[in-house]
Unconditional design. Sequence first.
Length: 507
Amino acid sequence: MSFSNGKISTVQFDLQPSEGLSNIKLAESLYQTLLKLKSNKMDNDIHFIYSHDSPIIILQLLKYNINLTYDTCLQKLLVIEINLKDKPDYLTFKSEGIPGYDFKTLYNKIFGPTYPGILKDNDFYLRYPGISFKFDSIDKVIDVDGDNNDVIQLLNNAKGDAICSSVTLFKGNSWSEASNLIKEQLNQPLVDGRFSFFESPMLSDAYSSDSSDILTKAKANAIINGPIIVKYAEISLAPKLINLVFGKHPTGESHFLIQLGHTQMQDVIKVLGPPQDSIIKTKEFKIANSKKKTLEYYKVHNYFKHGLDIVYHLDVSNNGSNVVAKVVIHSNAINSLEFMKYERLNFIVNGFGTCVREYLDAHLVETSTGSFTLKDESESIISREHETDLIGNFESFTSIKEKLSIDTDSNKPIFLDRKEYDLNNPSTGQASNNVFEMINYEDDFDSETDSSKQSTSSSTMDGSGNIEEEENSDEKNWGLSNLYGYADRCVFEVLIDGGILSSLTLF
C-alpha cells in the first residue's frame, strides 16, 4: 500500500531530501502527522518517547523503524530517521525502488559523487543537501586512517562493501546548517525571546506550503476554500482580547481579533469556517432570592485542527447573533487525555500592567458597540518591548505562577479527573466522542469524553537518556489535572503528571 496523498496500496515511503518522507513533511505539526497516520490506518503501531524536561518528542513507527523527532514547544517535525535493520522494500527515491543500501550503490548509482562525507570515529556519514546516510564501523571494511576523500576512495575500491545503517532527512543545504537551526529552535524560547521564536527559518515551509488535505476534509471543508494555519494566539487579559495570528489564510488575513462578550458567532465562522464539531451545553443555577432554578444554554464549537474551542452564550446576543463567552486553548500535551484530539496552539499572555494599557490605547480603536478593533497599521495586541514579562504554554506552570504571583496555598486548585466523565451528552442524550469540558469554577464538570484510547504506547527518558516504560501510567495520572483560577479572567488546567499546562480557558 502506497503512503501518499492520503491513499494506501502497498506501503512505500519516498525519500524527499529537505522535504520529508512521502507526505510526512518536515516542519509539519505532530497533530498533522497523526492525522495522516490515522487516515492510512497506521496509528496502531506507534510509540512515543518523551521526557517532561526534554525539548524533543520522538514518534516511532515501529513496523518501519522510523523515528520522527519534534520540538516540544511548537511540536514541529525537525528530523526524520529511518533505521535500516534489514534491506527494506518500502523505501523509494524519486518514486523508484532503491536497489541496495551498500555504499557503492548509493554513492555511484543513486545520489552521485557530489559531496564529501564526514568520518566520525569509525562511522562514516555520506551527506547531501537534506539527506544523510550513516555507515557503521567502516574499519571492518577499510583502514580509516585517511581523510574524508581517502575514505570515499577506499570504500569505492574495497573488495567488501559498507552497508548503510540509517538514513536521516532534514531541512537545509548541509547537516551542519540544519543542526545549528535545530539547536536554535530548541533553545530559542529561553534565549531569544518569544515572538522571534515563531518566525524560525525551520518553519518557513510550514506556513508557505499546503498541508495535508485531511485537514480540510472534515466538516469545515465546504465554506472556506483553502487551508488556515493559526501560528499562535496573543491574549490580553485586561480587555479580554484574543488575537489569532495566522501563518496562512485563504483570504490573506494576518490576524483575527476576538473580544469576549462582543465578538459574534457569524464573524468567527466567517473567518475560521464552521467548526469540526459542536455541542449544546446547559448550566443550572438558582435565581437570586428565589427557590426557582433556571437554565443557561451554551454552544461549543470545536476547532480541533486549530487547537481551540469557542463557547457562545445562547442567551446573550449582539445585533441578533450570539456572542463569544469563552475561548479554550489546547496544548496537545502528550500525557493528557486530549492528546491527539487537538492541534497544539501556542499562546502569549500579558496581564494588567500600565504598559499593557498604554500599548492597547495606542493600537486599539473602540467601536460604537463597545468592542475593539486593531488600527490599520497594527497586527499585534502585545508590545514586543515587554515580552520578557509575558507567559505562554511553552514554559512550566511553576514559571507562570511566579510571573502572575499565583499563591497556590491560599488559592487552592480544583482537582479534575476527566476519566470519570460520562460518554453521553447530558444535554442531548446522544453519545459523543467530544472531549470538551467548559472549565470554570462555577461549572459542574459533567462533560462527556472519549474513554477509548489508541493502541499506542508511551515511554519516558531518564536523566541519562535511557528509555523507561511508564508503569501503569493510565491507571495513575493519565487524565488527572488541577485547575487554577486567575483574576476572574482565566483558568489554567495543569496536568498532575509533570506540571504541564494542558489548556487555558478564558472567560
